[in-house]
Design a protein around this ligand. Structure first.
Ligand SMILES: Nc1ncnc2c1ncn2[C@@H]1O[C@H](COP(=O)(O)OP(=O)(O)OP(=O)(O)O)[C@@H](O)[C@H]1O
Length: 274
């Protein structure tokens, strides 16, 4: 189980993430929503280790990851997608995935990122790499150089690397942002496939509420860096705080808030909820 306890970061006088305590169970997809500037990406950065917390902890299965670098957290099982820093652009798609499979194997099979060695288990590594590439629909591009891949395919490849590294937690920050109409469904399908694996914990920062509705088992809402709602999608979406923040229902009508929230920045795709 992934958990944050009192996780906090201050930028000067501004508290971007304010004492967020939350646990994420395997087999669940949690969507993290909130208006622009609410602290969603910063919360992700604190979990994955891109930012160092001012206070609080990140734990995975009880192990405190707080002092670890982003790379060490990846090795511990935290997979953050779409950093695009893990890819080797001058290698082929297959070579990238095979290296990740190889790097993840324990015991005698753990040989690190050594491309040139010939292993007795070479066939096994390739089979696993092929299997992963089929899953992410890149099977027909395995011999292409990564540098030549379209953006959407590079993103798919990154998910493939996280699968190859056997990540326990998959973190997606607006996974379809910048994708064209053909690419976006492929990535969403990939997330659906990952979700079917009960051992994986998935966190998703997403503005598109139709995507959230369809994929999320749970929604948490951040506002001004604070966790303000947490529950089943239907309940959270119907809650006054979300209705007002994203759908523009007036505070007078809901009568449940004291602090004014910013107007909707979330895009409600398909017009639902309007
Ligand atoms: N490195 C930084 N230095 C100073 N302030 C920062 C830094 N990173 C984030 N912030 C501030 O922290 C707050 C939260 O930003 P963050 O990007 O996490 O919000 P968000 O919810 O992801 O927004 P969006 O939906 O627009 O991506 C914002 O006020 C932002 O300006």
């Amino acid at each position: 189980m992934l958990a944050t306890k009192d996780l906090t970061i201050r930028f000067g006088g501004h508290v971007a993430v304010n004492s967020v305590t939350c646990a994420f169970q395997p087999g669940t997809l949690t969507a993290i929503v909130g208006p622009n500037g609410a602290g969603k990406t910063t919360y992700f950065n604190l979990i994955s280790g891109q930012l160092k917390a001012s206070a609080g902890q990140v734990t995975l299965d009880g192990r405190d990851l707080s002092g670890l670098s982003a790379a060490q957290r990846t090795r511990a099982g935290l997979g953050r997608a779409f950093q695009l820093t893990n890819l080797f652009p001058k290698l082929t798609v297959l070579e990238n995935v095979r290296l990740a499979v190889q790097a993840a194997r324990d015991g005698d099979h753990r040989r690190g990122f050594n491309l040139w060695s010939i292993w007795s288990d070479h066939k096994q590594l390739l089979e696993r790499a092929d299997e992963i590439l089929e899953t992410v629909a890149l099977g027909d591009k395995e011999d292409e150089l990564v540098a030549n891949l379209p953006h959407g395919d590079q993103r798919k490849l990154e998910v493939a690397l996280l699968m190859a590294l056997d990540a326990q937690v998959f973190m997606f920050d607006e996974p379809t942002a910048g994708m064209n109409a053909a690419e976006a469904p492929v990535i969403l399908n990939l997330i659906r496939k990952l979700k079917a694996d009960a051992s994986k914990t998935i966190l998703l920062v997403e503005h598109k509420m139709d995507v959230v509705r369809e994929l999320a088992d749970r929604i948490i809402v951040l506002h001004n860096g604070t966790l303000v709602a947490d529950g089943k999608p239907a309940e959270v979406i119907a809650s006054p705080i979300v209705q007002e923040a994203y759908l523009g229902v007036s505070a007078d009508r809901t009568g449940e808030r004291e602090v004014p929230l910013p107007r909707p920045e979330l895009r409600v795709v398909n017009g639902s909820g309007k």
